[in-house]
Design a protein around this ligand. Sequence first.
Ligand code: OXD
Ligand code: MN
Length: 592
Amino acid sequence: MSTNYLENANTNNQHVLKFVRETAELCQPDQIHWCDGSEAEKQALTEDAVAKGVLLKLNQEKLPGCYYHRSSVNDVARVEQLTFICTETAEEAGPTNNWAAPKEMYAKLKGLLAGAMKGRTLYVIPYLMGPLGSSLTKVGIEITDSIYVALSMRVMTRMGKVAYDQLGSGDDFNRGIHSMLDINPDRRYIAHFPLDNTIISVGSNYGGNVLLGKKCLALRMGSYLARKQGWLAEHMLILGVESPTGEKTYVAAAFPSACGKTNFAMLVPPAQFKGWKIWTLGDDIAWMKPGSDGRLYAINPENGYFGVVPGTNYKSNPNAMETIKRDTIYTNVALTPDLDVWWEGKDGEPPKECLDWKGQKWTPDSKEKAAHPNSRFAAPMRNNPVLAPEANDPKGVPISAIIFGGRRGTTMPLIFQSFNWGHGVFTGATMGSETTAAAAHAVGEVRRDPMAMLPFCGYSMGQYFQHWLRMRKFIAVPPSIFHVNWFRKDEKGNFLWPGFGENMRVLKWIIDRVRGRVGAVESPLGWVPSVDSFELAGLKDFGPAEFAQAQAINVEEWKREALSQEELFFKLYADMPKELSYQRELLISRLV
Ligand code: OXD
Ligand code: MN
């Protein structure tokens, strides 16, 4: 192409133009596509992606507007070992992040990017994280050579002209550069440069690594900015609970990846909760800032859902099933002969035959899974039948409760409430969970995942805890903090708690607590519900005895838990706030 890379630019913003020109000069694409976010563009890009074999058009009668994508077999999840925080010093990134010196990482990445887009189109994606006009909203410009990224960013963010409108002539935007290179794990880096508000991702085409607005900007860069600017960027869903009288209470909840955040955010209350309704604000990320009334206000920076598909069905999440019927990009699920999609845990019988996520013939007798355990949907949030209208409100919603939770087969009761903010920060900081398929590592070990932010905190975790503790001063009316565990098992390995819609019962107790409508019993862990203040009516095979089992605090298990927390305290020793060590001492004193 001509070297006038800017000839079709759709913005006058000089900073954006300079960024695109410099990146294009480095990567040398054949052409540049300046995304505008229009419908016509969506259609043209989709047709192009189909022609190139990047997307496959699904059965439009069954799944209107839906497309199918298969990733490289070596590129199916986030890669924490290849994710870097490039702050000036290693101490700033902290002991739980990979660190690289900015200069060296830039040199390495520029080497890899030189000429990397020859023969390809460079897409310029202007996008907003957050509703237009919110004081929390951030502008990003992602440059990518992946049409799949361009189409997915359109689903996951508010993409196009709207971002230039918010940006004006300024240069306050995140600079993102992504190139697939040759999708080779040996040349894969997800690098964050907080000092320059820049992200460079190479060698992957998996959503969590390349949809730069999500984990990279909204969480890693977001948390770094949030500490500087006095707010919180969290790996949390946001939901609204509407009571039969129309009262709405907003809750944010952090669970590690693939622990049911999307299901919880779209929960359908069971039959006896007549008149109660759950509204979704967000399913993965919350940005929260103290408001002038002393409450903590939250927005969801995203505009779509990038959810784990397997296990999604009309029982686990009917609203997600409705959401993904239209305008959805499916990645790495199975494909049936009539161009429908299938996955383990979908309602109905498995297909007699289909193609698995690798494109190989699959039958119910096959040993391998048909859909990859981390196969995903990217679906617009407007499809969600229970989308809260407030999701587009630039003011956000006031949060009354924060819930932390993990996937724990033992030890953790179904529900407890922390004694106060500082104790709640300790509860979140010491959260643990059994690992899942959302990131590339062994599945099923318990790892500490403080506030579900271990893979997403853009600076030292100990300082992150300090930031949380300090924020208390700016929140006159702090949310109450709770901990839940849907995954506790009995000695035979069966789940004790039915979960899914029944989690409404736990939510109802939480709402009653924050509204001051119900008392609680003191335990070594915090406040817990008495059996008569917890709604058990209508539950099958779950009465007071099962409730006691799900709530049991086994002192021996808790001694082991407190001991195993020590590893985290050692690891973060340099920055660990002393308040958290005191909280741990207090916990131990309550156990013995
Ligand atoms: C996600 C994750 O994709 O947490 O949301 O891995
Ligand atoms: Mn997530």
